[in-house]
Design a protein around this ligand. Structure first.
Ligand code: ADP
Ligand code: MG
Length: 570
């Protein structure tokens, strides 16, 4: 139960505000989260982490020298919006590129990914590493599909130390990925957690039972077993994690392990120590050496009762970075980090100054104005078909697709008009319109459309007018962004089923010598036919997947709206 709150909707923001007020020597609050209140060296890779709120000390507690440069704080258990990520990165980066780190969840992949598209289009080198430590959440042969839980602490500690050591972005990214490959967790829950203001927990565990394989967003465990003694629980955790121990003596692993025994929010430290006593015994029996173990609350799930065990199978680099000095509100390890000068953080640092538009060349401005007209046509088409798209979405989804498309296209159009007025070139206009689309629409399709426009902008520029080849490259980049962020493949019954034939036809028709306009019309026809064809498919992704079978006989709303918009822009 969360006892202390004001307006529940304000809970995450008020928590961040209080946190920043308590730790001015480490952090300053900006739109979307917190950043270091101290200077970091020019050229140092910026490590920006995040996810939803409700997990403290993750993630805000990890901002400071030796770990994160900035952290986004979304709503409780939900991904931050792309604009929050953008803002925190803007206030964090030092000219050395940015590593974005977060647990592997679809919403986070979408929103961090969309922010990354925008930052890349603006010339910031951004890499993404998702944490996938939870062995209960997916099979061992597809580890990168698993979700992230308490392993975040170890992986991000390594990332922050590598950045602090002055490694460049390629090297920081590589060692962070390697840390994730070597990190495994298993958790158990004894009771669920309750959102602030809610009167019932998100799930419950029967008395005398424990749930194995809990998530950290109130997802129930994957199986329930009788709750044994503390030692039984310790044994189960150790056995589970050690089942994935890499071979000794290979690739620098020699039995040295970083250890985290993590409390989920309502498990006492003494209980954790009782369990750790047995964990340490078992590790010793297995010939393993714990290095700088942590026992306590590091990645919580509001007031969930539960515990997880994480091991990182070390090599020399990982051990050095795991044990390196760190100075953050929630994690401190001694050693020389040097005094850091205080810096004043203003809203301008957080990208709020982006009302300012650098004018593009006259040619690029003309191309940008053509995009404004295309968006106007899209907004008109979305309004005209709002009802039908909503009805299609109601068959197997939540019925909001028509509304989402109207809000998204209208939001994008307004932003495009306003930046065009200020003289924006093509790249700036598309990047800004994409951000506005996803902000206005919300929902999965809004984030994907926003990322598509932004990625297209990234292929274009504010100086030269684009030739036909550039336009094709921009369309391809948009499609790639949708597939990369959404993870859908043809046949999953999503807008990808219309998008892929659209791009294939566009490229082929253009290669056959058709002009761009004719090739585009042909491609839009192909998209329309493919969208109609999705009626025969069963939905496998997104919200629709739980009702997959209802959707047979009805086309996918996102595919239908995609075809509509592609047809109305030429
Ligand atoms: P939400 O699902 O958040 O309510 P919308 O209703 O606006 O969003 O959009 C639903 C459409 O989004 C689906 O019909 C599908 O075409 C598309 N969609 C959902 N998930 C994905 C995904 N992972 N990749 C591509 N498209 C997706
Ligand atoms: Mg919907």
């Amino acid at each position: 139960m969360t006892h202390l709150f004001n307006d529940p909707r304000q809970f995450p923001v008020e928590a961040v505000a209080g946190f920043a007020a308590a730790h001015p020597e480490h952090v300053a609050m900006v739109h979307g989260g917190v950043v270091r209140s101290t200077e970091s060296p020019q050229g140092q890779v910026a490590v920006v982490l995040g996810g939803g709120s409700g997990h403290y000390p993750a993630f805000a507690g990890w901002v400071g020298p030796g770990m994160a440069h900035g952290v986004t704080c979304g709503n409780v258990f939900s991904s931050p919006a792309a604009s929050q990520v953008y803002s925190v990165v803007s206030a964090s980066h030092n000219g050395g590129g940015v590593l974005l780190g977060f647990g592997n969840y679809a919403g986070d992949v979408l929103h961090f990914g969309q922010a990354a598209e925008r930052l890349r289009a603006e010339g910031v080198d951004v890499r993404i590493v998702t944490v996938t430590d939870d062995i209960a959440s997916g099979p061992a042969d597809r580890p990168l599909e698993r979700r992230g839980i308490a392993g975040d602490l170890l992986v991000f500690k390594v990332a922050g130390a590598a950045a602090e050591a002055g490694l460049d972005l390629d090297a920081v990214e590589a060692v962070t990925r390697h840390a994730n490959d070597r990190t495994r967790s298993l958790g158990v829950a004894f009771d669920g957690c309750t959102l602030p203001g809610a009167d019932a927990p998100l799930f419950t565990v029967p008395d005398g039972a424990m749930a194995i394989g809990l998530g950290i967003h109130g997802e129930p465990g994957l199986s329930e077993v009788p709750l044994g003694s503390a030692d039984d629980v310790a044994d189960q955790l150790v056995d589970g994690v050690l089942a994935e121990q890499p071979d000794r003596g290979v690739d620098g692993y020699d039995g040295r392990v970083a250890v985290l025994l993590n409390g989920l929010g309502a498990t006492k430290y003494e209980e954790l120590f009782v369990v750790y006593r047995r964990v340490a015994e078992r590790l010793a029996q297995a010939g393993l050496t714990p290095v700088a173990p942590e026992v306590g609350e590091h990645v919580t799930s509001l007031d969930m009762a539960g515990v997880s065990l994480t091991l990182m199978f070390l090599d020399e680099d990982l051990e050095r970075f795991w044990t390196a000095p760190v100075d953050t509100p929630a994690l401190r390890r001694g050693g020389a980090l040097g005094q850091r000068a205080h810096r004043e953080v203003t809203e301008a640092d957080a990208g709020e100054a982006d009302g300012v538009v650098e004018p593009g060349s006259p040619q690029s401005q003309a191309a940008a104005r053509a995009v404004v007209e295309a968006l106007r046509a899209c907004a008109g088409a979305a309004a005209e078909h709002e009802r039908r798209l909503g009805e299609l979405d109601a068959v197997a989804g939540d019925g909001d697709h028509g509304q989402g498309m109207v809000l998204g296209t209208t939001g994008a159009l307004r932003e495009a008009e306003s930046v065009a007025e200020a003289g924006a070139g093509l790249r700036t206009l598309l990047v800004r319109a994409g951000a506005a689309w996803s902000e206005a629409a919300g929902g999965t399709s809004g984030a994907l459309w926003g990322a598509a426009l932004t990625a297209a902008g990234g292929e274009l520029d504010d100086a030269a007018a684009p030739d036909e080849q550039r336009v094709l490259a921009a369309a391809q980049a948009a499609g790639d962004a949708v597939q990369r962020l959404g993870g859908a493949r043809p046949g999953d019954k999503t807008l990808v089923d219309a998008l892929v034939p659209f791009l294939e036809t566009l490229t082929a028709a253009h290669a056959d010598g058709r002009g761009l306009r004719d090739a585009w019309r042909e491609a839009a026809d192909a998209a329309r036919a493919a969208a109609d064809g999705t009626a025969d498919l069963t939905a496998r992704l997104g919200r629709a997947k739980t009702h997959g079978d209802h959707s047979v006989g009805h086309p996918d709303p996102g595919a239908v709206s995609f075809a509509l918009l592609m047809a109305c822009v030429v």
